[in-house]
Design a protein around this ligand. Sequence first.
Ligand code: COS
Length: 384
Amino acid sequence: MEYFLTDEQKMIKDLVGKITEEKIIPTRAELDEEEKFPWEIMKVLADSDLFGLYIPEEYGGFGMGCLENCLVMEELSRGCCGVSVTFAATALGTYPILLHGTEEQKKKYLPDIARGKRLAAFGLTEANAGSDAAGIQTTAVKDGDHYVLNGTKQWITNGGEAEVYTIIALTDKSKGSRGASAFIVEKDTPGFSFGKKEKKMGIRCSATRELVFEDCRIPKENLIGKEGIGFIVAMRTLDITRPGISAQAVGLAQGALEATLEYSRQRKQFGQTISSFQAIQHMLADMVTQIEAARALVYAAAKTIDSGAKNISKVSAMSKLFASDMAMKVTTDAVQIFGGYGYMREYPVEKMMRDAKIIQIYEGTNQIQRNVIALQLIKESMAR
Ligand code: COS
């Protein structure tokens, strides 16, 4: 299908596609097996100026937007979602600063992030606050020129590897979601430590750790925006970054389709290649159709966000819901077409199916996406 990408967007897609073919596909099985953080690949992405795409030019970036970010995510994910989520988590940690940071904060942090010199991470989730994001318990208490943070964040992508963390913590426990604030915390701040690297089903080369704050003092200048807007900062950030995760699902499914097509043209049973059987052809037809439908929705969501539209929660959530369910189905069917070989680590679809599962869960479960979609849908109908 023709999406009328600009020459620049096509160039980005080609550049990342080449990195995927040359650097990611040959190493992904080893990275997965050894749960090895993909620093070498991050360095390649940094040298190719990809971390700065969505950062404004005045802070050392290229001033592009959500669609370009999606193109990068799609191509990286064709190779490995552990790699692409490492890239995505930096965007997730950066958007709170981009959206609500002060001029000083932007000047201090964005140029290094744009150059890929420092990775970022986003700390919202806690042991008892997953879908119920407003249920966080980490506190930030004002003490003179500082805030003192106490609490533990859980399952934070890039935890321990990133150097810049945006953290949501309560400045007023009595106010619920309106008592939350967003902060920037740098790695190596005294009182800030990390839990062990989590063992995961998929995206195993990415780093997932607890962030532990024990009387961690940070300068009051590290407050993002003002006190009380932390929950809204988090929600606005997720609205903008979710299409990147949707694009991850599209890229993953595309990678699974490509591997399956190649396999089905080679694998012979009953004296014929299995691609000549209608049962397999129909599965391939469904796979490609679903991928293309998801891609169209993801690009449309990204373009809507880039247009500056105000109410983006629904389209963003729809893209994440549809694309991640699609990727789970497509990767499961890919394993089915590979048969017994698909269940073996020797072939890439086994990892792809494991990687797909988390996309239905992180950046908001698909049940939460449905809540967000339904709520906005009803609001819109009431406004008519
Ligand atoms: N943009 C701006 N403001 C938003 C918003 C959005 N997308 N979503 C909610 N808000 C505002 C609301 O307008 C409300 O403001 P007021 O206090 O002024 O009325 C406030 O935030 C609280 O909203 P709400 O009452 O809807 O909050 P809930 O506690 O019901 O939670 C959900 C809403 C479930 C949508 C939220 O908790 C959520 O997104 N959970 C999933 C979190 C997630 O994605 N986690 C993944 C880990 S981070 S990678």
